[in-house]
Write a protein that binds this ligand. Sequence first.
Ligand SMILES: [Zn+2]
Length: 232
Amino acid sequence: MTASTETPRIQQEQAYYGGTYLFEAEATVVAAGEDENGAWAAVSPNIFHPKGGGQPSDEGTLNGTPVIPSRSEEGLVVLSGAPDNLEAGTAVVCAIDAELRKRHAALHTAGHVLGHLGEARGWQSTGHSHYPGQARLDFSPEGFEAELATPELREAVRAELQEALDAVLARGGAVNATTDAAGHRMVEIEGVNNEPCGGTHVATLADLAQVRVLELKIKRGALKVRYEAEHA
Ligand SMILES: [Zn+2]
């Protein structure tokens, strides 16, 4: 490929990376078009978290019109359902559902802490979902069959996890995200861990409330740990 045939890379500032609590912003359209779902636009700075990493997408509006964010193959966050006739360079106003964002950030951050506690037991993480009402972490039960063999044993492990979780939350800790020049983002929870992540997080563990480990079950060869959390 020669330089002359390359599409110039569109710059989009991901404001949601640093601004979990940035619920409204003025922005500029950096790309727009139409696909099978109708009109779409990409704006910068972008406050919308697209679905990814087990976290659902934000809901919100562009100039008052409801839009659904998703990540394009090129890596842009695009807003489907955007008003027609937007062009690159147009100034727009964006807003997201603040309560939903806070709920997603709380569930997601609690998932980091619980995942760390599972790994501290030696469990290997195999997946996660942070959707409200169905949040869970999956681990491989391999090598831990004995401690997970019966409902009573799993309940005892659940209680231990809850106790460890309560201790971490009582201690508290700041949550900080940093993105390097190459675009790799790391999220550090003070006193817990530091891991690559593209989601939204609360500012400190004190922002979490009603964090509960609900149930451990073995399903289709996976250990599934269901939990819930709210934003304080
Ligand atoms: Zn995260």
